[in-house]
Design a protein around this ligand. Structure first.
Ligand code: SF4
Ligand code: MG
Length: 332
């Protein structure tokens, strides 16, 4: 039994003139059926381009997949012809973005935008598609859905617009939903409501959810697993409770702050001294070494492989044991 999503050695580059900039390198991770994975990291670490590659919506050019596989239930999406990929998109994998307002068409009533999904993918009649659209609006708990369905996007609040995006994404009952910073543009109360809705829909529909966020609190709220990315690669993957309790990678330790404690949950990622590397100026060896207080000559010379920390946990660090013990001592 393979995981629902298995990304293996994914590489993505940007081209700018005749320069090639590696955006993602050798990225591997999995999401099991019916589970929620939070993908954490600072902006520019490759989270969103990875999501777009899985969805087959990378802007090409300038971006290009350079290698690897994206297996959905064992089928390599990257090997599909464009027409076959269009069928998978929406039906098997769907995505919601941060900015619902720009993703919706401002001059089309929302019922028609949701109904369009059923018309295109299922060939539904207009009437059936609109009935299904209103049902979907109810499923995402838009109050008074039947009456509000003819309204335009600007007539809804930010939170309600995000619910409309979720309704469109879930219309075809995808097995995997990718949500890229779905609550970042919303205020805190509405954020929690949207996260609770996503969690509830995920459970009810037995979907897998890949939640991209820079916010540890958001991740801790609904995810079971976490993938931490840095400079285009995975640095740590672990059950989220274990990661928050006892991070193994120096970058994750930096994200949690030097003193572990509940005060960091619900907060944005604390700042780590220094900056992530530019795409065109990656350090040798481990990409994190210029910012890492555990760095040695080995780190400067050799990129660390993903070491097994425990069952279901990996850390791409030469000195993860030392870093983990140090965190324990500092936290005690
Ligand atoms: Fe730090 Fe070395 Fe681990 Fe990289 S491999 S995170 S530089 S200790
Ligand atoms: Mg992003």
């Amino acid at each position: 039994q393979h995981p629902l999503l298995h990304v293996e050695n994914l590489g993505i580059e940007f081209r700018s003139g005749d320069r090639r900039l590696p955006a993602v390198q050798n990225l591997s991770f999995s999401i099991e059926r019916g589970r929620t994975l939070a993908v954490l990291g600072e902006s520019g670490c490759g989270k969103s381009v990875t999501a777009k590659a899985i969805m087959g919506i990378l802007p090409t050019p300038p971006a290009r997949v350079t290698g690897g596989r994206v297996l959905l239930d064992g089928v390599d999406l990257l090997a599909l012809a464009p027409k076959a990929f269009r069928k998978v998109r929406g039906a098997d994998v769907a995505m919601v973005f941060q900015d619902a307002l720009s993703a919706l068409n401002p001059v089309v009533p929302v019922i028609r935008q949701i109904a369009e999904v059923y018309r295109i993918h299922r060939g539904a009649s207009r009437r059936d598609a609109e009935t299904a659209a209103v049902d979907m609006m109810r499923a995402v708990k838009i109050p008074d859905a039947a009456n509000r369905a003819r309204h335009y996007p600007f007539q809804f609040s930010g939170g309600m617009r995000q619910r409309i995006m979720i309704a469109m994404a879930l219309a075809l009952e995808p097995r995997l939903l990718i949500a890229d910073e779905p609550t970042t543009a919303l205020d805190v109360t509405v954020q929690a409501q949207i996260l609770d809705l996503l969690a509830e829909l995920q459970r009810e529909r037995d979907m897998s959810l890949m939640l991209i966020t820079h916010d540890l609190g958001v991740a801790a709220h609904i995810a079971e697993e976490a993938l931490v990315m840095y400079a285009g690669g995975a640095v740590e993957q672990a059950p989220i409770a274990e990661l928050l309790d006892r991070p193994a990678h120096p970058y994750t330790i930096g994200l949690l702050g030097s003193i572990p404690g509940p005060e960091h949950r619900g907060a944005d990622l604390p700042t780590i001294p220094g900056l992530p590397p530019q795409l065109d100026n990656r350090p040798t060896g481990c990409g994190f070494h210029p910012r890492c207080r555990f760095a040695t000559d080995l780190c400067r010379g050799e990129a660390p492989p993903a070491h097994r920390v425990s069952a279901g946990r990996t850390a791409a660090c030469h000195h993860w044991k030392e870093a983990m013990d140090d965190y324990q001592v500092a936290g005690a």
